[in-house]
Design a protein around this ligand. Structure first.
Ligand SMILES: Nc1ncnc2c1ncn2[C@@H]1O[C@H](COP(=O)(O)OP(=O)(O)OP(=O)(O)O)[C@@H](O)[C@H]1O
Ligand SMILES: [Mg+2]
Length: 287
């Protein structure tokens, strides 16, 4: 009996959160698959960075995670996606949204109400949460993202960075285990981009699994434990950012290495594989 309990206890920790198994997806009306035989495991606590050229399939991959594919986007899907052991084809997008929150590239496509607090309440109201719980969660996420001052602001008067934070807050209000963000900083200035990266790092340290499609590798690679590179609907490279970003072949897939990587080659310390300026300085001092 004790053995069985220990077995289940261990299984709790090695459980994969998301398993993508042999997925090929072709959008309706398209002749070429957007994803081809994609296999990927995302484990609890991961911070996964997804990169690759425009059109390589990053957004399509993210749409698999919360069931938007196959429930919302029409097309032909082969293979399967398991979220916490549940096949996404057999679950509704609403039920999956409690497990996986997806933040779109452009917050204007995500924000549907006219005031910040109402925006955060929106998803919870649709799922029939009681009023007191909704208010509690609004306060919780505003505090977590340090945007309490935005609570009663009209959403159409927010800056790009503020809108992105509100979009993240609305998703976090569902208390998902996984948050996936599609190029969250593409419309943002460097300061707001850094703030998003910093917030995602904090959320990840608090136990939320993070998946980010991004080109800004300088900013995100130091926080990620896993990275994949996509090209033509395939995952062409997979590993830790430190391992991958020092692979010269990555350039073939259009991945531009972060400036720290370029500098470390220039100064002859690339064998140390620094990913941050701090690590580069340590490597330079140690020469
Ligand atoms: N809603 C859609 N309907 C039809 N085809 C689509 C749709 N969305 C994407 N595609 C196609 O699927 C392929 C993969 O696109 P996807 O948007 O996933 O790439 P991406 O890596 O996110 O690109 P980007 O960096 O430009 O956002 C492309 O050929 C694209 O034209
Ligand atoms: Mg995209």
């Amino acid at each position: 009996m004790g053995g069985i309990i220990i077995f289940f206890d261990i299984m709790k920790y090695v459980r994969k959160m998301i398993e993508i198994e042999g997925v090929t997806f072709t959008y309706e009306g398209s002749s070429k698959p957007a994803l081809s035989d994609v296999n990927l495991r995302i484990e609890e606590g991961d911070f996964l960075l997804v990169t690759g050229l425009s059109g390589s399939g990053k957004s399509t991959l993210l749409r698999l995670l919360n069931g938007l594919i196959p429930h919302f986007y029409r097309g032909k899907m082969e293979g399967r996606v398991l979220v916490d052991g549940i096949d996404t084809r057999e679950a509704s997008v609403a039920s999956l949204s409690k497990k996986v929150g997806l933040v779109f590239q452009n917050p204007d496509n995500q924000i549907v109400t006219l005031r910040v607090d109402r925006e955060i309440a929106f998803g919870l109201e649709n799922l029939g949460f009681p009023r007191e719980e909704i208010v509690r969660r609004i306060e919780e996420v505003l505090k977590k993202l340090r945007i309490e001052h935005l609570r009663y602001r009209p959403t159409n008067e927010l800056s790009g960075g503020e809108k992105q934070l509100v979009a993240i807050a609305s998703v976090l209000a569902m208390r998902p285990k996984i948050i996936a963000l599609d190029e969250p900083t593409s419309e943002l200035d460097p300061f707001s981009s850094a703030r998003i990266a910093y917030i995602l790092d904090i959320l990840n340290r608090e136990g939320i699994t993070v998946v980010v499609a991004e080109h800004k590798l300088d900013l995100f690679s130091p926080f990620a434990n896993k990275m994949i590179v996509m090209a033509n609907g395939h995952i062409v490279e997979q590993g830790s950012p430190r391992e991958l970003l020092y692979k010269k072949e990555l350039m073939i897939h259009g991945v531009r290495p972060p400036s720290v990587v370029k500098l470390s080659y220039e100064y002859g310390v690339s064998e140390n594989k620094p990913l941050t300026l701090g690590e580069l300085l340590v490597a330079l001092r140690g020469r």
